[in-house]
Design a protein around this ligand. Structure first.
Ligand SMILES: Nc1ncnc2c1ncn2[C@@H]1O[C@H](COP(=O)(O)OP(=O)(O)OP(=O)(O)O)[C@@H](O)[C@H]1O
Ligand SMILES: [Mg+2]
Length: 268
């Protein structure tokens, strides 16, 4: 009964009143910059929420906080109702993966593709103090490389032997190897050419359906958001400027800032 009430709206991730400041230096003087100011959002199971905003508006900082990489100064992040920053809820992070823009620096250049994909699985075996099942890992890696649209021959290659799009597919395979419920994608397609972007977005759509994944998709590009997201938050100076719950109602945006971002796409 209680469980039903808790999951009534199938809220997977909820961030409430997140505030974050950093100490920065300017002309040798230290000052405190508020990067996130009372940010609240929620994500339903199986949905994709887009976060769009100008460079420096705090999107990646928010991403690090909602995935538990970094702590907020105040506010709460709950995943399936559990505070992800509390030690006793550490295992909640097993359900969370991240794909970054910098796919080149986010992989170990000395690892083969097979090792890159397997790494999170090996870590989870180690964390759970269970015996590493090499056969199971090999089978899983072979399955995943095909799921992300590459053939088994790629498994022996190294990152410098792949194109940007191929390497990002490998990063996506690595992100889903532990069967997460939620993936944060921070500018995950931004540095790819447009046709490769579309291919990767199609792959993400397919995986979302097949695995009932939920995404938060951070970008400064509204076009990618309209392609993959169900709802969108317009982010400015560390605050939510506007939220559109149904992406089909994008034309109903009210704030000038959101309109400016939309016009940039229409002109394009
Ligand atoms: N560890 C840090 N120490 C000090 N300042 C930081 C730190 N991380 C981020 N900032 C500052 O916080 C602000 C927001 O940065 P953030 O990376 O979250 O922006 P963003 O919206 O992701 O930008 P972009 O679109 O360029 O990726 C920036 O002014 C940045 O300089
Ligand atoms: Mg960023």
């Amino acid at each position: 009964m209680n469980k039903e009430i808790k999951n009534k709206n199938n809220i997977l991730l909820k961030a409430s009143n997140i505030t974050k400041s950093y100490t920065q230096k300017k002309f040798l003087k230290k000052f405190v910059k508020t990067v996130l100011n009372d940010v609240s959002l929620s994500l339903e199971q199986g949905k994709c929420l887009g976060i769009i905003g100008e460079s420096g508006s705090g999107k990646s900082t928010l991403g690090r906080i909602i995935t538990g990489i970094e702590k907020a100064d105040s506010g709460i992040v709950e995943f399936e109702g559990k505070n992800i920053h509390q030690k006793e809820n550490r295992n909640v992070k097993n359900d969370i993966s991240i794909v970054f823009q910098n796919y080149v620096s986010s992989v170990n250049p000395r690892f083969s593709v097979a090792q890159i994909i397997a790494e999170p699985l090996i870590i989870s075996f180690q964390v759970n103090k269970s015996k590493i099942d090499k056969k199971k890992i090999d089978d899983e890696v072979k399955k995943l490389i095909k799921i992300v649209g590459l053939s088994e021959e790629f498994l022996e290659r190294f990152p410098n032997e792949l194109s940007g799009g191929q390497l990002q597919r490998v990063c996506i395979a690595r992100a889903i190897v532990t069967k997460p419920k939620f993936i944060l994608l921070d500018e995950a397609v931004s540095s790819l050419d447009v046709s490769t972007q579309v291919e990767i977005l199609d792959l993400l759509q397919k995986l979302k359906k097949e695995y009932n994944l939920s995404y938060i998709f951070i970008t400064h590009d509204l076009l990618t958001i309209t392609y993959i997201c169900d709802s969108v938050i317009f982010f400015k100076d560390g605050k939510i400027e506007e939220k559109i719950n149904d992406i089909r109602n994008l034309k109903n945006i009210k704030k000038d800032y959101s309109k400016r971002l939309l016009e940039a796409v229409i002109e394009f």
